[in-house]
Each structure stands twice: as C-alpha cells, then as structure tokens.
Design a protein around this ligand. Structure first.
Ligand code: ZN
Length: 264
C-alpha cells in the first residue's frame, strides 16, 4: 500500500513485512498485523475484497514476525495480534475471526467500522469465534460507556487516543462525567479535578491552577490533564476487574454509568 506523506508529499510504500520490521524495531510489546481499515461507506463487495486482502496480509505478517523473532532470540518476547475487520456484517466478522484464529497469533484486535450502538453485538459475534485462551483487544475505544460495553461482551484490553487528545483541549473525566476545566467557574476553584482521584495531578494541583496554565498556553496543562485522564481510565478498568471477580459487574455498571452519564 502506498501512502503520500502529509508533511512533504513524498510517497511511502508499506507492506506487511515493512510493518513488522518497524514494530519489531521500536520494541513494541504488542504488534498488530498490517490490516486494511474500511469505512461504513464501503460496499459489501468492497468489504469482502478488503477482508481477503487483510487475511493475506495477516499470513505474511505471521511469517515475517516469526522470521524476525528467530533472528534475535535474546530479545524480550513481542506478541503479535491479528486484527478482525468486517465492518457491521455478521458473516464477515465471524469468518474473519475464524480465519485469523487459524493462524499463529498471540491475541486478537477487534477493529474497524462500527456504529456505537452496535459495538456490543459485534464484540459478541467476534468473541464467540475467537479462542478463549487468547486475549481480545478492542482497538480505539475510549469512553467509559464503551469500555463497559466491550468488557460485558468479552473484550480484555483497550487503547485509545481520547484521554490525551481531550486533555489537550482542557477536558477531564470524573465519576460525575467529563467537563471542561478552562471555564470561568474554575478561576477560583481550589479543588482538585476530582477529590476521589489519587493521581499525581489531583494530589498536587487545583482546577484554578490548571485553568491558569491553559490560559497561559503552558504545555504543562495538557501534560497534567493527560496524567489525570489516563489514571482515570486505568482506575476504571481496575474497578471493573474487581467487580467481575466479586460477581458484581452488572450492578457496578448500572451504578457507575448512572452517575457518570447523569453528570456528563
Ligand atoms: Zn486525578
């Protein structure tokens, strides 16, 4: 696949092999197979064609990953995950999951074009086909309600740019919803972002000071809010895990989202 750089217009060619070489080179703990991300606008025929391409690329990724791993036996273990595409078509999602499960992957990523209201259903289709003894990672999901949906329907891990992206525009998470710090009401608000949070930012800085940093265009503002937002999500997932272990996930979800969404 050939891409044009948004920086200088130069052309770059990526292949499954190049993708594996780059991810090995940067020392990624979890490497994702090279896949094609389609959109909801693509036709059914195109989704099928794309899925076949992603499967061929997945096979080449496994081969290249194994070659690179064997070439450097002293290196820490790097895991390779296949990426399940198929948009919102049940048969394509299930087939993609089965075909990838037949390859030697350490885990699986669930990605691609999904409307929010279909997230749980699609996770269920895919997770019913994937092996139970390998981790399932939901790609690019980053709001509390989506994490609950993913966990409830069998996903184990998550990643998303949202916590840091929204932090750069002064938006922060709390158990009572997400809010904007950079408003007049923060000027003399000497509370932390959340008095229920034990992150570095909440232990040391007030909303008033953080707002001052945003007003002064200090980079530190985004850094401190990112620390808080990342901590918020890790703590939330910790709490979900505890609730599962205690057999209380459904109750925890209802209670947590009831409060969070009422405040958001
Ligand atoms: Zn905090």
């Amino acid at each position: 696949m050939t891409f044009k750089s948004h920086l200088d217009g130069s052309k770059h060619r990526f292949t499954p092999e190049v993708s594996m070489q780059i991810q090995h080179g940067i020392g990624a703990d979890i490497i994702f197979a090279f896949d094609e991300l389609t959109t909801l606008m693509n036709s059914r025929a195109y989704q099928e064609e794309s899925l076949a391409r992603t499967q061929r690329w997945a096979e080449r990724c496994v081969i290249e990953h194994q070659r690179l791993t064997a070439a450097r036996p002293d290196k820490p273990k790097q895991a390779l995950y296949g990426v399940v595409q198929g948009a919102q078509h049940e048969d394509l999602r299930r087939k993609a999951a089965r075909d990838l499960a037949a390859l030697d992957f350490d885990g699986f990523g669930l990605g691609g074009a999904i409307e929010k209201e279909n997230l749980g259903t699609i996770c269920t289709w895919v997770n019913e086909e994937l092996p139970v003894d390998k981790p399932r990672h939901l790609l690019g999901i980053g709001e509390p309600e989506d994490l609950f949906e993913g966990v409830e329907h069998g996903c184990d891990t998550f990643d998303c740019v949202t916590p840091s992206r929204v932090a750069r525009s002064s938006r922060v998470y709390s158990p009572d919803g997400r809010f904007n710090l950079n408003v007049a009401a923060s000027t003399r608000d000497f509370r932390p972002i959340s008095d229920e949070c034990d992150c570095y930012t909440c232990a040391n800085y007030t909303r008033a000071y953080l707002r001052h940093l945003f007003k002064a265009n200090e980079m530190l503002a985004a850094t401190l809010c990112t620390i808080h937002n990342e901590h918020f999500f890790v703590s939330l997932v910790d709490a979900m895990r505890d609730s599962i272990n205690a057999g209380q996930f459904a109750e925890f979800k209802t209670e947590y989202l009831g409060r969070y969404l009422a405040g958001a």
